[in-house]
Design a protein around this ligand. Structure first.
Ligand code: ZN
Length: 388
């Protein structure tokens, strides 16, 4: 069955005026004004009072759960389809975290395939916090070459008490492997880098650029808003051509401790002259949000949510005065380009039929369509995961 969206105010993410969108076979077939199809061939959604945006891409989600930093009972649960739908998230990239032992690449891939069957698009990174990387095939290059869903490595932890404390050489070699595997497979081959609060900050990433032939496009550092000094480093790094990713899941204690709210972080990056194409948001959904005391003892732990992703963009528009078409890029066109997801992140004929309809003004999510299937209408989810 075809789906015809009528009269939407389209943000592709650039402002594109009023259009109809014809969806079929999981793709956007047409995007132009006044498409006429006999009613018996299609379901029509009247969107005269709505904005259309690309489905959101969340490039860092612990889809099978993460955490565990306070013992087994603190292992976090996996991502539900309902959370993805409520968040307007139609594409996720799954990762392992601190725990690459009770959580494995095989399990991560199986969870990604499950979510795919349930209705959203999924990809994964190979490995977890530690180096050497634990891959599914003998090497990262082979994971990239032979496993469709693998698009990079990570999240590899640096400047953090939970990292495996890799040497600079080990980290640079990993980025080189990702580069080589990415080239051979035609994928991004990007290393998703977890940054902790440690004073070394982005040092290893800067050294990769200064001391090797590798380009900034091979690394995607995340949690750059976690403290003021890392954020300042992030501005300089982005101005030098690097990508920077901000984490939307947070705790009040993190913000009290100096974490910079994503919406403010985006505004400050733009004010500093950073190209808006260099900045992304991810949710760290289903990851643990541990609260450590100054001695490194765990005080409390809670769980990140993919439903935090779009509210951060909404806040950037409504509270920081950033244009919707610019703010939307950080969860649509930018991650699609950085991760080389060619059919994602934009509304145009030939792209995957992933889209979100928003209420103008309040920017509430009303309708979610993933791979051409209606998953939310009128603010109500229409689908559930297998065991929800
Ligand atoms: Zn992380």
């Amino acid at each position: 069955m075809l789906l015809l969206i009528k009269n939407a105010d389209v943000y592709a993410p650039e402002k594109s005026g009023r259009c109809d969108l014809l969806l079929g076979g999981g793709k956007i077939l047409l995007m132009e004004p006044d498409i006429r199809i006999p009613g018996r061939y299609c379901e029509v959604i009247e969107a005269r009072d709505l904005l259309a945006a690309p489905g959101f891409i969340d490039g860092h989600v612990h889809i099978m759960g993460g955490g565990g930093e306070g013992g087994f009972a603190t292992r976090t649960p996996g991502l539900s389809l309902t959370d993805a739908i409520l968040g307007g998230v139609t594409t996720v990239v799954g990762c392992l975290g601190t725990d690459g032992f009770t959580r494995t690449m095989a399990g991560l891939l199986a969870k990604a395939k499950g979510l795919d069957e349930e209705g959203i698009s999924t990809f994964v990174y190979s490995g977890s916090y530690g180096l050497p990387l634990r891959t599914l095939m003998p090497s990262l290059e082979e994971d990239l070459l032979f496993i469709d869903k693998v698009i990079g490595a990570g999240e590899v932890a640096l400047s953090d008490h939970r990292s495996s404390q890799p040497t600079f050489e080990a980290f640079a070699q990993l980025v080189g492997m990702a580069r080589r595997g990415g080239l051979l497979s035609g994928k991004a081959g990007i290393v998703n880098v977890h940054l902790g609060d440690g004073p070394r900050g982005l040092d290893f990433l800067r050294r990769v650029l200064a001391e090797t032939e590798l380009a900034p496009s091979q690394m995607w550092p995340t949690h750059i808003n976690r403290n003021p000094s890392l954020f300042e480093e992030g501005i300089a790094y982005a101005k030098a051509g690097g990508f920077v990713d901000f984490t939307t899941s947070t705790l009040a204690s993190y913000l009290d401790g100096g974490e910079i709210t994503c919406s403010v972080a985006l505004r400050r990056m733009l004010e500093a002259g950073v190209d808006p194409g260099q900045v992304t948001f991810t949710s760290d959904g289903q990851g643990s949000l541990p609260d450590w005391d100054p001695a490194g003892r765990l005080q409390d732990i809670s769980v990140g949510r993919v439903t935090s992703l779009f509210p951060a963009v909404r806040k950037a528009v409504l509270e920081e005065g950033i244009a919707l078409e610019t703010a939307l890029r950080v969860i649509t066109a930018n991650p699609a380009r950085i991760l080389k997801l060619k059919a994602k992140g934009r509304l145009a004929p030939g792209m995957d039929a992933d889209l979100v309809l928003l209420e103008p003004g309040k920017l509430e999510i009303r309708t979610v369509i993933a791979k051409g299937r209606l998953l939310m209408k009128g603010g109500k989810p229409l689908a559930k995961g297998m065991f929800e």
